[in-house]
Design a protein around this ligand. Structure first.
Ligand SMILES: CC(=O)SCCNC(=O)CCNC(=O)[C@H](O)C(C)(C)COP(=O)(O)OP(=O)(O)OC[C@H]1O[C@@H](n2cnc3c(N)ncnc32)[C@H](O)[C@@H]1OP(=O)(O)O
Ligand SMILES: CC(C)C(=O)C(=O)O
Length: 588
């Protein structure tokens, strides 16, 4: 047969009518011999959490002292070693929190706190004052270097802008000398809106700041290069970082730090490319809190490393506890689809995803069993699941959830995961149609409890018209079975006898002699649990009055389970086709 090609109409796009002409494309930096595209990230960078500063300053309701302490303790517990704890000159609350950390000796020996200040003498003095007695601390000074800010906010030339940074650094050193004595004291400088500052000028300002601080062995300077507002594609940020890193003198004593924001939604990518371009350190917030669309998300960055086989150097093995604590501190919810941490990110509703995940998990179990190891100790590879949810403290329970988009694999997965029932493929198809009727009729999700209730009423709880009361079987020397069965038919007990080459065949024979025409097409059984009182499940596929129906029985005794399965099939067929008056049985 030849199929004639048919024309395809391609929809034409319409002008949006939006005033896009008001905006100017960003100027890419030219680094023709850039090396970062070939670089690989092979280890975690130094992290700084700015949840208590950039994250806090952007909250509708900034954290109370007790919420701040909860956040600080979480960050310490997770393993962050550099924590920006506030802007002490902003308010008495910020100042007092820094004092509380120091006075109450809350800062572990391997943790360094840092605080932010503008380049204004009074603010610097107050900022340094807050650090008195701190075992290890860093002052972080910033001033805006971007042309727009120089023109509109500060009204300064390039030289005056450099002078603000230089003077600010000198004040920091002066007050540190006066107020902090011999304490371990570090310095960080940020040319604000680095990404909108001509890179040569950013290098120039940082060089002049370094001239004052004099970085050398054992006396690093942190040069933090913020994408204060993210305005370009991540490759442009990477070019700027590589350019800066190559142009900087005293590079070996300078820590190049990234501080990306997420205005274009690409802060994670920008950080990763920035690291490839040579940066040593990343500043961000858990779950991407922070100004406007947020700072770069430290959780996603860490988990991206983890999923590539790199130790992230922070512990997210109970990601839900981290999420709950951050939600409590910030009073903002984490989105259900947030990478790695959202409620729904390890859940599949759609049939083909569920089918692939179910097969993938079964394959992992098979490989683990072959190697004699638990699944948690073998390399992870599963369709649609980039990491093992158990590695972040989730279970497999929510991996598959059922709604109108789900297929047999999902329903079968729930029955197996929750009740150890391993339905034969065609029984899966039949039962998923039953579930589909429910989702088509009522919409929404069908929870595992509802699935189990529907399964019970469809297969296990049917006692009409037939209910198995008791049976006894004998096997003759030829191996033939004889079944004496007591059956309630619409509440009235009857007895019949059947013969066959096994208990099921003998039972079916009895029913056939009585006029119930049952043909067994397929049979499967398995144990549900191990031990003395183990349960077994039996599945029979029957043809009854022209209908194909499955029956399922569960019992401690596998023969009882099998006969229950046949009775179940007969009851289900009755419900579908067999008239209200049952055929007479032997014993009637
Ligand atoms: C990108 C960032 O996230 S940077 C950090 C931003 N965080 C914060 O601002 C939170 C904490 N800040 C505050 O609470 C207040 O701004 C304070 C207490 C520090 C200062 O308050 P105020 O003295 O009232 O000043 P205000 O907030 O209006 O600051 C603007 C003034 O500071 C100047 N300024 C702003 N940044 C800087 C800087 N980095 N260095 C020097 N001066 C600066 C401005 O040019 C402006 O000066 P002008 O009044 O002479 O025009
Ligand atoms: C102070 C700087 C680092 C900052 O927060 C920003 O530019 O976003």
């Amino acid at each position: 047969m030849t199929i004639q090609p048919r024309p395809v109409t391609i929809p034409s796009q319409q002008p949006s009518g939006m005033p896009f002409q008001r905006y100017t494309a960003f100027e890419p930096v030219t680094v023709p011999d850039r090396t970062w595209p070939d670089a690989k990230i092979t280890r975690a960078p130094r992290w700084l959490s700015t949840d208590l500063r950039d994250g806090n300053q952007a909250l509708i309701d900034p954290m109370s002292p007790s919420r701040k302490m909860t956040m600080f303790e979480l960050l310490v517990k997770m393993g962050y070693k550099e924590i920006e704890v506030g802007f002490p000159a902003a308010s008495q609350t910020d100042f007092d929190f820094v004092r509380q950390l120091i006075v109450e000796d809350r800062i572990p020996d391997d943790v360094r706190i840092s605080v932010l200040t503008q380049a204004r003498e009074d603010l610097i003095e107050r900022t340094v004052e807050s650090l008195a007695g701190a075992p290890r601390s860093t002052v972080h000074l910033y001033n805006a270097t971007a042309p727009l800010f120089r023109r509109v906010v500060f009204k300064v030339s390039e030289a005056e802008c450099i002078a603000i940074a230089v003077r600010g650094t000198e004040w920091v050193m002066k007050y540190a000398e006066q107020l902090l004595g011999d304490a371990d004291f570090g310095y960080q400088y940020s040319p604000e809106i680095f990404t909108q500052t001509p890179t040569d000028f950013a290098v120039e300002v940082c060089e002049r700041v370094s001239d004052v601080w004099q970085p050398q062995a054992g006396r690093e300077i942190i040069l933090n290069l913020p994408a204060t507002v993210e305005m370009s594609t991540p490759n442009t940020y990477a070019d700027q970082i590589e350019y800066f890193s190559r142009a900087l003198t005293r590079r070996e004593h300078s820590v190049i730090s990234l501080h990306p924001h997420n205005d274009r939604g690409t802060a994670v990518a920008a950080s990763e490319l920035g690291l490839m371009a040579g940066a040593d350190r990343v500043e961000g917030c858990l779950f991407g809190h922070g100004e406007r669309t947020g700072n770069v998300d430290l959780v996603t960055l860490a988990m991206n490393l983890f999923s590539q086989g790199i130790d992230p150097q922070v512990n997210l093995s109970d990601i839900d506890e981290v999420r709950r604590t951050v939600e409590y501190c910030t009073q903002l919810p984490v989105h259900p689809r947030h990478p790695y941490a959202g409620d729904l990110v390890y859940t599949a509703f759609s049939g083909s995803h569920q089918d692939a995940i179910k097969k993938g998990l079964e394959d992992l179990e098979r490989i683990a069993a072959e190697q004699g190891k638990p699944v948690g100790e073998i390399p992870w590879e599963a369709p649609y699941l980039p990491i093992d949810p158990k590695d972040v403290g989730r279970t497999y329970e929510a991996v598959i959830r059922v709604n109108s988009q789900s297929g047999k694999g999902g329903v079968a997965y729930v029955l197996k995961a929750e009740h150890s029932l391993d339905l034969p493929r065609r029984a899966q198809i039949e039962f998923s149609r039953v579930i589909q009727q429910r989702t088509d009729a009522e919409g929404g999700e069908v929870t595992p409890d509802e699935i189990w209730a529907i399964f019970r009423s469809e297969y296990l709880d049917r006692e009409e018209p037939y209910d198995l009361v008791s049976f006894s079987s004998t096997t003759d020397v030829d191996g033939d079975d004889r079944q004496e069965v007591r059956l309630a038919v619409r509440g009235e007990e009857q007895t019949f006898t059947g013969m066959g080459n096994g208990p099921v065949a003998a039972f079916v024979d009895g029913m056939r002699q009585a006029g119930a025409d049952i043909r067994v097409l397929d049979y499967a059984e398995h144990a549900l649990s191990s031990g003395g009182d183990a349960l077994a499940a039996a599945y029979v596929e029957c043809e009854i009055e022209g209908e194909i129906v499955w029956g399922i029985g569960i019992h401690h005794n596998i023969v009882t389970a099998s006969l229950r399965a046949v009775v179940c099939a007969a009851n289900r067929a009755q419900a579908i086709t067999i008239p209200a008056t049952p055929a007479p049985l032997i014993g009637d």
